[in-house]
Design a protein around this ligand. Structure first.
Ligand SMILES: NC(=O)c1ccc[n+]([C@@H]2O[C@H](COP(=O)([O-])OP(=O)(O)OC[C@H]3O[C@@H](n4cnc5c(N)ncnc54)[C@H](OP(=O)(O)O)[C@@H]3O)[C@@H](O)[C@H]2O)c1
Length: 312
């Protein structure tokens, strides 16, 4: 496994982070809790020490399952969670207020079965609470020993100016990025450079399309989010373009003798050398495949070719 120390921190994390969205058991088709727990434990056994979740995934279930899977191994791992998406009576709002941060954090700690979160991230800004207020509340949580560091997610170029005075406070940011989604690339580069934070890429396998197991005839069940058109990677022209990328990944998979998913992961690791790649997984075999993305490099001409054919 490759590791990187996140800037402004002493968090030495695996560059492959296990994404906790499927651990919520909601919106990814049928999942089995024992398999999800097995996936997390396999990840730890094989050197992944970084786990990302959010209070909203499966309405708390992801944190519960992750906490269960990691019980007894807390000191060996780095847990990241998120707050700011508030779901009540079926209604979703964004809330970064001090009152909600305190309440959401205590609830996450309880579900995770831990007394601290290593990296606590603003899932989405609420458009109301000034960033300085968010930061002061997170500092208060740090002093209370409930979190070690805090970070951002879904930030964009227009947020840079507001965030500049707090460089070094928020230590990382998450944005969607993969060979199937390069629309955020320019701003990831800008944010990384100006705010000096490591990028954490989400949807790194394009929600699964870049694993090579789906084709144009794939139909998802209703209980799978990818059945909905907003999951663009699986619909219309975007699906066709993604399947062309997958054909190239399959060739490279043969060349390097690595799973297709591992080549897709390697592309990000090589393209953004200071990144951490978040991948969701539903069972141990998927984790094992994804770990093969670590500890090798794409030849420069293959990297450039993937860059060319995946351009938006
Ligand atoms: N900050 C944010 O707003 C935000 C938003 C979204 C996600 N995230 C984070 O980023 C993480 C990664 O994103 P994601 O989980 O949405 O999508 P992803 O990592 O692109 O895709 C995950 C899905 O791909 C399939 N898969 C994974 N490895 C595989 C393998 N080796 N072989 C075959 N199939 C495999 C699995 O689903 P199937 O087997 O069903 O295909 C899995 O659920 C999340 O879990 C979450 O922690 C953050």
């Amino acid at each position: 496994m490759e590791y990187i120390t996140l800037k402004h921190s002493d968090l030495k994390v695996s560059r492959l982070c296990m994404g906790g969205c499927p651990l919520g058991g909601y919106g990814w088709g049928n999942t089995q809790e024992e398999e999800l727990i097995g996936a997390v434990q396999t990840a730890v056994d094989l050197g992944i020490n970084f786990f990302d979740t959010a209070d909203t995934y499966g309405l708390g279930q992801s944190e519960i399952t992750l906490g269960k899977a990691l019980s007894g191994r807390r000191k060996d791992v780095i847990i990241a969670s998120k707050f700011g998406v508030r779901v009540e009576n079926g209604k979703t709002t964004y809330d970064n207020s001090p009152e909600w941060i305190r309440e959401a954090l205590d609830a996450s700690l309880m579900r995770l079965g831990t007394d601290y979160i290593d990296l606590y991230q603003v899932h989405y800004r609420d458009g109301v609470t000034p960033i300085v207020t968010v930061m002061k509340t997170l500092e208060e949580m740090k002093r209370a020993g409930k979190i070690r560091y805090y970070g951002l997610s879904n930030v964009h170029e227009e947020d840079i100016e507001e965030l500049l005075p707090f460089t070094g406070k928020f230590i990382s940011f998450q944005n969607e990025y993969s060979l199937a989604c390069r629309k955020n690339e320019a701003e990831i580069i800008e944010i990384e450079k100006k705010l000096r934070m490591n990028p954490l890429t989400w949807g790194s396998l394009g929600q699964g399309i870049l694993t090579g197991k789906y084709d144009k005839n794939t139909v998802f069940d209703k209980n799978d989010r990818r059945s909905r058109e907003i999951y663009v990677n699986f619909h219309g022209d975007k699906l066709h373009k993604n399947l062309e990328i997958v054909e190239v990944l399959k060739k490279l998979s043969k060349k390097y003798e690595k799973p297709v998913s591992a080549v897709a992961i390697r592309y990000i690791l090589d393209y953004f050398p200071e990144s951490v790649v978040l991948c969701g997984a539903k069972r141990a075999s998927q984790v094992i495949g994804n770990i093969e993305g670590s500890n090798w490099k794409l030849d420069i001409e293959d990297l450039r070719y993937l860059e060319k054919i995946s351009r938006d």
